[in-house]
Design a protein around this ligand. Structure first.
Ligand code: CA
Length: 572
């Protein structure tokens, strides 16, 4: 009796404090429908909502209820996935801004604009992908490589911590991950010879708990003490090349409470010219599974050994059940879709999800290694007549990837992954390069080119067991936003042309679309409040395509910038 009274008192106290966000709530995020507490609508990253209030039968009544502008003179790419808790939406914007908004009305409650120094060096636009909620805090990362924790009621700064030196090319754009009571983040800066790593902090104070570099040779730390070197120094990197090895963990990670592992994809090894770093270059272009309790790498799987095409393997590892086992699916920038055992990393399936993969003819399921086409590796510049430009090759996918940062969705109802894909290639060649702090560390030149006249993007429903594309919806411009799927048998995604679209999850038939006024390069979310299901997406064209897209950039230069949040519900 006494214990029961005590638990009631604890519950009342929690309610009065405004329902502080706990790890337990975050672990249940995928199945609780009144909030969106994590990037991925659940730390597994499935982006599946059990809500079916909005469905294929009534979606023709889906209408906008509010829109809010991020304002400001500076716009550019808006890639944020909003969070929703206690009727308040937390949404980040370009140039390291974050807004708190009344989720029902769109009324702005507060905003925080991070003061950015002149010399920031984001490689691929001034974007941000979202925040994390924990306790009474909302936490996000900035373009000058800091983490900022704000009181979610007032927007007041509670703590601020530096990740690394922005002048050396470090920045931060991903949504932080909360796992086992820790704030888990990576680093951006893979084009500047940084050292990729994953870090865990106390989310309430920002104090570091562990650091795990993802380039072999570098020391890890746990509670301020040495915690073992990553891999074996020089086993897969020659000389000092590991010291500027890249492998940036710039898209953040996923976490599965069932395995206790955080899964981070790692970016390209530095520099792009692969001839100066002969070897596999672990753990670049890989999936790395880290034991959240110890900060040790439990397993790794390398998607592109000795990458020479900027095939960052950062793509999200989404855990799901297949044949009664916990697996992880990953649509890699290199054009292959991988299914790995989530507990051991063992490769279970791999198949191309784009029409052309020139660099490898397939993935050997026995060895787990790609069957390289040696003729499609950009040539060694030192072998050329003047030593300045290696043999150029045409490779597909181009370095912007069969899939890039835009997160896919998985429906346990249909068993399908909904993958935003792009069909493009590149002419690429290598050049000599030496590392210089704060300078681009590529040693390569390139031009992105479309493969087909009529489309680049394609939203594909992919069966992870068979590799079959069950349906696809082609798009003229490259897809750059993420995907949401629901128990209402709907798939939502945005296009650079400005549309938020919905298709029947089983057939791919377009059942609804809305023009947001600028390009959509962010993933939609959904939640339920006051008995009604809401859908929200951020609109604002930008990101890597207009900056790096070569011939494709010319095709999309008519698209207008913007910066707003759109929220929809069913008309009564
Ligand atoms: Ca890269």
């Amino acid at each position: 009796m006494k214990r029961k009274l005590l638990s009631i008192l604890v519950m009342v106290a929690a309610a009065q404090a405004g329902a502080q966000v706990t790890q337990d709530m975050i672990n249940k995020d995928a199945t609780t429908t009144d909030s969106v507490l994590s990037w991925g609508l659940g730390t597994q990253g499935q982006r599946f909502s059990p809500l079916a209030d909005i469905n294929t039968k009534n979606i023709n009544r889906l209408v906008p209820v509010w829109s809010m502008s991020f304002g400001g003179e500076k716009q550019r790419g808006q890639q944020s996935q909003p969070l929703v808790h206690d009727g308040v939406m937390f949404v980040t914007a370009s140039y390291s801004r974050i807004f708190a908004v009344d989720a029902k009305t769109g009324k702005k409650l507060w905003k925080y604009e991070h003061r950015l120094p002149e010399g920031i060096m984001p490689c691929c636009d001034v974007i941000n992908r979202g925040a994390a909620l924990y306790d009474n805090l909302v936490i996000f990362g900035t373009l000058d490589a800091q983490l900022v924790a704000l009181d979610r009621k007032t927007g007041r700064v509670v703590w601020r911590e530096k990740i690394d030196d922005y002048a050396a090319g470090y920045s931060y754009t991903a949504a932080p991950l909360i796992a086992e009571g820790l704030l888990i983040t990576g680093v951006s800066g893979g084009e500047f010879g940084v050292v990729g790593r994953v870090e865990a902090r106390d989310p309430k104070t920002g104090k570091m708990v562990w650091v795990r570099p993802v380039v072999e040779g570098h020391m890890g730390y746990l509670n301020g003490k040495e915690n073992g070197i990553t891999g074996t120094t020089n086993a897969t990197w020659p000389g000092d090349t590991w010291k500027t090895g890249g492998a940036a963990t710039w898209l953040g990670g996923t976490y599965d409470p069932k395995t206790g592992l955080a899964y981070f994809g790692t970016g390209n090894p530095g520099p792009w010219n692969s001839h100066v770093r002969k070897g596999d270059n672990l753990y670049s272009a890989s999936t790395v599974a880290i034991d959240v309790k110890t900060g040790q790498i439990k397993w790794h799987y390398q998607n592109t050994p000795n990458d020479g095409w900027d095939y960052d393997g950062v793509n999200e590892f989404v855990t799901f059940d297949m044949d009664g086992k916990r697996m992880g699916g990953k649509a890699d920038r290199n054009g292959f879709f991988y299914v790995n055992d989530a507990a051991t990393g063992q490769l279970v399936n791999a198949f191309p999800f784009v029409t052309k993969t020139t660099w490898a003819t397939g993935i050997d399921l026995k060895t787990g290694r790609p069957n390289f086409d040696p003729n499609n590796r950009p040539g060694d510049p030192t072998a050329s007549a003047d030593g300045q430009k290696g043999k150029a090759v045409f490779s597909a996918p181009g370095f912007l990837g069969g899939k890039n940062q835009m997160p896919m969705a998985f429906s346990p109802k249909t068993g399908l992954f909904y993958v935003p894909t792009n069909e493009w290639g590149m002419e690429i060649w290598n050049e000599p390069i030496t590392y210089k702090k704060g300078a681009a560390f590529l040693g390569a030149g390139f031009t992105i080119k479309p493969l087909y006249d009529d489309y680049i993007g394609s939203l594909r429903a992919i069966n992870p067991k068979t590799g079959k594309v069950e349906w696809e919806v082609k798009n003229e411009a490259p897809l750059w936003g993420g995907v949401l799927t629901t128990a209402g048998d709907l798939v939502f995604w945005g296009t650079p042309e400005g549309y938020l679209k919905a298709a029947d999850a089983k057939t791919g038939k377009i059942v609804w679309q809305f023009q947001t006024g600028s390009g959509v390069v962010a993933p939609p979310v959904t939640w339920k409040q006051g008995g009604e299901q809401y859908i929200t997406v951020v609109s604002g064209w930008g990101g890597a395509v207009p900056l790096w897209g070569g011939e494709v950039a010319k095709k999309v230069n008519f698209l207008e910038q913007g910066g707003s949040v759109w929220t929809f519900k069913l008309m009564k």
